[in-house]
Design a protein around this ligand. Sequence first.
Ligand code: FMN
Ligand SMILES: CCCCCCC(=O)C(=O)O
Length: 398
Amino acid sequence: MERPCEPGSVRPTQFQPATSRFSYPSSDLAFFDVMAGEPVNVNEFEELAREALPKMNYDYFRGGAEDQYTLKENVAAFQRILFRPRVLVDVSSIDMSTSILGYKLSAPIMIAPTGMHELAHPEGEMATARAAARSNTIMVLSFSSSKTIEEVASSSQAVRFYQLYVYRQRDIAVTLVQRAERNGFKALVLTVDTARLGRRELDIRNRLVIPSIRNLEGLLSVEIDPTAGSGLEALASQVMDTSLNWKDIEWLKSITSLPILIKGVLTAEDARKAVEVGVAGVIVSNHGARQLDYSPATINVLEEVVQAVEGKVPVIFDGGIRRGTDVFKALALGAQAVMVGRPVVYGLAARGEAGVVRVMQMLKDELELTMALSGCPTVKDITRRHVFTESDRLRSSL
Ligand SMILES: Cc1cc2nc3c(=O)[nH]c(=O)nc-3n(C[C@H](O)[C@H](O)[C@H](O)COP(=O)(O)O)c2cc1C
Ligand SMILES: CCCCCCC(=O)C(=O)O
C-alpha cells in the first residue's frame, strides 16, 4: 500500500516488515545477536527507529520536557548504582517469573503505556499487544492509543491493563472504562502526573500533528490549530481535568470494579495517600521525564516510595530502563516489576511486532545473566544487599 509521506504519518517504505528472519520463537532469538547490522542491545534500537521514522514522529517518542535534565538523569542515575554480587550460589537454573495482581509473567518486565503507536508503525498497538502476548507479559494500553480498545483486545491474548486520563468531560472516562472492562482489561492505571502537559520543546518546534485517537471518536470534538505549536499540548489544554484530586479516587472506584493503580508517584507522602485511598498498586514514574523537568530520576526515589508503602500493595517502577542490569537494580530497591516505554516503541518502529519481542527478550536475557552473576536464582533472592547506591556511598563516608 502506497501512502504519501505527510506530517503525522509514517513512511511505510522505510519499515522493514517482519520477515521470516524475525519470526522465530523467542528461544531462537539469540541467533540474531550475531547477524550483521542487527542491534545487540536495546539502546541500538533507537538509532534504527530514528532512521525509520519522520523526524516529527521520532522526536515525539524520544523527547522530554524543557532542558531534558530529568530525561538524562533517568538513565544516568542507574549508572551510579553498583552491584554487590554474591558468589558460590547454585545458579544452574534461573527463574525470572513473577506475578502482578495475580497474573503470572515470564519476567518482571512490563510494557508501559505510550501514546499513539501509529506514529511508530502502521499496525500500532495491535502489533505491540501481540508482542506482549509472545513475551508473556502485561501491556498497559495508553488512553491515547491510535488503535481502539476493541482492536487491541481482539488482536492478542496478552494480559492488558488500561491507562486512564480523566478529562473534564467525565462521561468519557466512564465510557472508556466500561469498554475496557467489557473487553477483558484486568486493571486501570490512573496517570496522575499530567494535569497539564509538560513543555516538550521538540514537539512545539515540529508543530506536532497528532493522528486521530480513535477511542475518542464520537465522544469528543476539539479544534486544533495545526500551525500553533504542539497539537498534543493544544489538545491537553482543552480537555484535561485539572481539578482531579485524591477525593476523585472514590468516584473512579464507583464506576469500575477493576483494581486501580496510580501512576506518577514520586514521594513518600503521595505513596502513603495512595495506599490510604485504597489503590491496588503504586507506579513510581516521572512520565519518562516528559512532564516536570528537574523531577528526580525515578530510580533515586524508588526506595522512599517502597518504604512508605510498607508492602501493602505492589510497587511498579518505570523510567530509564535500558538494560537487564537496570531491571535488577529496580528489583533490589523494592520494585515488584518494571515497565519499559521508549525501547518498546523503538523496537516497534524498527521491526514491528518482532522488534518489540526482540527488545523484551534482550532485557530478559540480560536480567537472567545479571541474576546468575549476582548469585540470585529467583527474583525473590534479589535483595537490597545486592546493590550499592549513591546514598549508601554518602552514608558510608560520614
Ligand atoms: C512517547 C511516549 C508516550 C507516552 N504516553 C503515555 C501515555 O499515554 N500515558 C501514560 O501514562 N504515560 C505515557 N508515557 C510515559 C510512559 O508510560 C513511561 O512512564 C515512560 O515512558 C518510562 O520511561 P522510559 O521511556 O525511559 O522507559 C509516554 C512516554 C513516552 C516516551
Ligand atoms: C491529552 C493528554 C495527552 C497525553 C498524550 C500521551 C502522553 O502521555 C505523552 O507523554 O505523550
